[in-house]
Design a protein around this ligand. Structure first.
Ligand SMILES: [Zn+2]
Length: 115
């Protein structure tokens, strides 16, 4: 499947290839505040259609994950990091994708608060 996503004002636009079935819902202080529903894909399956300069970036804790957000409208559509094997990964906030019916997705709870 091919998905298109954006922030609310449209300054950030992107595309993702993959099969979206499950999303991670984490209860940590950061994910819960932003309301992330995250879908992890290899970075190669993600295409940013906006200039990198359109992105603002937030990092915390060990500063290994780059949480990108729009400086104009505040939406946080994705972040970049690595999986356990070190492979570059994009974490897509599926709330910012077009045509996704959130109620059809399996939500996998992650107890990030305890980590
Ligand atoms: Zn925006």
């Amino acid at each position: 499947m091919h998905y298109e996503g954006s922030c609310h004002c449209g300054q950030i636009t992107f595309e993702v290839e993959g099969e979206l079935e499950k999303v991670m819902e984490c209860n940590c202080s950061h994910c819960s505040r932003k309301g992330y529903l995250l879908w992890f894909v290899p970075l190669a399956d993600f295409t940013l259609n906006s200039p990198e300069s359109a992105l603002s970036t937030y990092t915390f804790n060990q500063h290994v994950i780059k949480h990108h957000f729009c400086p104009t409208c505040g939406c946080a559509p994705f972040g970049f990091g690595a999986d356990r094997s070190g492979a570059e990964t994009a974490a897509i906030n599926v709330r910012c994708l077009e045509g996704v019916e959130l109620t059809n997705l399996e939500r996998v709870p992650v107890d990030g608060r305890a980590l």
